[in-house]
Design a protein. Sequence first.
Length: 402
Amino acid sequence: MNTICNDNNLSYFLFNNRNLVNQIGIVLLGLTLLLWIVVFLRKRKNKKIKPFVIGYIVLGIFFSISIGLSIFSSKIQKEYEICLEEEELKAIQAKDVLPSEIIEKDPRDSLKEEDMDLEEGIEITEENSDEEDLEAPGNMIYFLNVGAGTESFILQDQGHFGLIDTSYNSKADFIVKQLKALGAEELDFLVITHAHLDHMGGYSKIMSSIPVKTLYIKNPGNVNSNYVPTYLSMIKEAEEKGTTICDVKEELCQSMELGYMHLDLYNTEFVNAKGVDGLDRSRVENANSMTLVATINHKKVYFASDIGDYFDKKQETKTAKEVGDIDVYKAAHHGYISYNNSLEALSILKPEYVIMTNTKELSKVSLNRIKNTSPDYQKTYYTTNGTITLHINMDGTMEFNQ
């Protein structure tokens, strides 16, 4: 079966151009009807109609082709969603590329440190305690090597520091070590993109080690998610430490500055998405992932967190339309084979460079989608190969350490 999941080029084109195909069909239908009216009127007046009949037949053929392509592209859409579900089910059974939502534990049952690392996916532990201390020449972004399927990023400019997500609790000491090696005495901000422990598990150790001026959160509201209590506990702890809480539903909390960096937050409205089983389970947190764009010397670096399209009310594509064309893309959901990194979103973003917080093997399908939708694609970097650093020069040239 030539579906999008089998990387068929015609399928990719039709999937990304369904609206265009439909519009062409509508135009051809209009022209066909107009020509039919002309033929009908000329026939009533006993005038020659042969040229118009030929044109009518040609337009009819084109219209039929267009409708056929439209139906085919709609069929591909359905097959794509089905094959993604099948991929997830196979991954669950194989226990090798587990979607994040499958094995989450309820922190209300236990919040022991040894349980924290089982929250989302299988944490592939990477030894990084002996990594060399980081250097900070001007603006820098550090995509930390905290293991596969988890993430934390340090942003630095003009002596100011910010942190996006805190990985697992077991990775917090490493993150603190890197921050202190850079000379960070406080964080201007900490952004927690959503309530999953691979993105927020280390918050307590980090906030206890380095003062945080502002915590940016998206209050998850009253949903049936196992990790809402932990999320609310984080907010309470931040308040006790004197950290300003900035709920991103407020417009003033949707952008900030870090030195000469400008940062914008997206997907800030709460979305009541449904899981595959129709329940408001942990997938609702991925649907509500805040995403962030760092603009540095006119270049855009997009942190897509775990935002997705399928089963999530097309949040990924909606946000991509707001973000627009980007230069560097931190792939959604670590690049897992899942309902993230959709073709529709990628065809809008068109990244030049890609960061995978995962191994090459576990993100190869997402990378293939990126290559098929990004005409200026150059290279993908993997945090599991070591912490990735990015410096953007005044002229917009980008320097990666890998």
